[in-house]
Design a protein around this ligand. Structure first.
Ligand SMILES: C[S@@+](CC[C@H](N)C(=O)[O-])C[C@H]1O[C@@H](n2cnc3c(N)ncnc32)[C@H](O)[C@@H]1O
Length: 283
């Protein structure tokens, strides 16, 4: 009996990812994950604000044209705009692209509307007719379902000579990368990851800076099982029932191998990279 399964019959992880994030369960699972790793005050946004954004020449402009691609519920871009407005008095024209109706529905503009005009694009970035060029294009953990090179070309086309594109992703060997390796089997394709992005940028001759940073968090020993489930629910993309006990125990092993004991708590760390592209037209 031939047990080889044609790749054509296997599901697409990019489609599965997008569909999962379009459900309430998927959207809530992502937001729980984001709170657990970064807290309400969002350590990732703090890194971007202080290490990347406040040092860019664009902060001299009165009005910034910003495009957030895959912005989910908008929590992060709102926090970034509030910071730049409070610090520099900048106003914004924001184009917000998000394919999930559930997450787009969770976007509130009330704390930015005094200084931001927002246009919503509830669709795939690949399908959106955007009003570029932008001063700032954000891709925060939102490249995984990209359709490869042409999508990166579309991102690059949104930039003018003095624009900045900031993409954030996990590094290739990070804890989440190891956990995804355990779960991402049985698909016909793979997530679009940081090395894929960098390869396309290199092929296009685009110059960029990589700013590595580490996200750390701790979990009480007694809450470990609950934390494993929180990470598993997010990274399994709704396929928990199909994956079976063996995958969950492999997943638990990877997490436990990466945990550092600190008294009654376990410490974890995730290596991430902010890729900063400036002067796209200089290439
Ligand atoms: C992991 S979430 C990150 C969201 C947000 N940037 C943040 O950091 O909180 C990725 C988001 O990108 C969206 N997304 C992924 N691929 C997309 C695409 N091709 N077009 C539009 N949205 C996309 C998903 O629906 C999801 O809301």
């Amino acid at each position: 009996m031939n047990l080889n399964i044609s790749p054509i019959l296997l599901p697409s992880i990019k489609l599965t990812y997008r569909e999962f994030l379009s459900t309430q369960a998927g959207g809530d699972s992502f937001m729980r994950f984001r709170r657990a790793l970064y807290t309400e005050s969002d350590s990732l946004v703090q890194v971007l604000n202080s290490c990347v954004l406040q040092g860019l020449p664009m902060v001299r402009k009165d009005v910034l044209r910003v495009c957030d691609i895959g912005g989910a519920d908008g929590t992060r871009v709102r926090s970034i705009l509030r910071f730049l407005h409070a610090k520099f008095g900048i106003r914004f024209a924001l184009d917000f692209v998000e394919q999930s109706t559930y997450l787009m529905g969770a976007l509130s503009e009330c704390d930015i509307s005094g200084f931001t005009q927002t246009q919503r694009f509830e669709m795939l970035f690949e399908d959106a007719t955007l009003r570029g060029p932008y001063d700032l294009v954000l891709l925060i953990h939102s490249i995984f379902a990209f359709e490869n090179g042409p999508t990166v070309d579309k991102v690059l086309s949104l930039a003018a000579g003095d624009s900045t594109i900031v993409a954030v992703s996990n590094s290739q060997e990070s804890l989440l990368a190891q956990l995804k390796k355990v779960l991402d089997s049985g698909y016909q394709d793979a997530r679009f990851e940081l090395p894929d992005l960098l390869r396309v940028l290199d092929q296009r001759g685009v110059r960029y800076r990589q700013i590595p940073f580490t996200t750390k968090w701790a979990v009480p020993n007694a809450d470990l099982e609950e934390h494993i489930s929180l990470l598993y629910d997010w990274l399994a993309l709704g396929r928990q029932d199909d994956l079976g006990d063996e995958k969950k125990s492999e997943f638990r092993d990877v997490l436990q191998r990466n945990a550092i004991k600190a008294g009654e708590r376990l410490m974890f760390s995730e290596d991430e990279v902010a890729v900063v592209i400036s002067g796209v037209l200089d290439r």
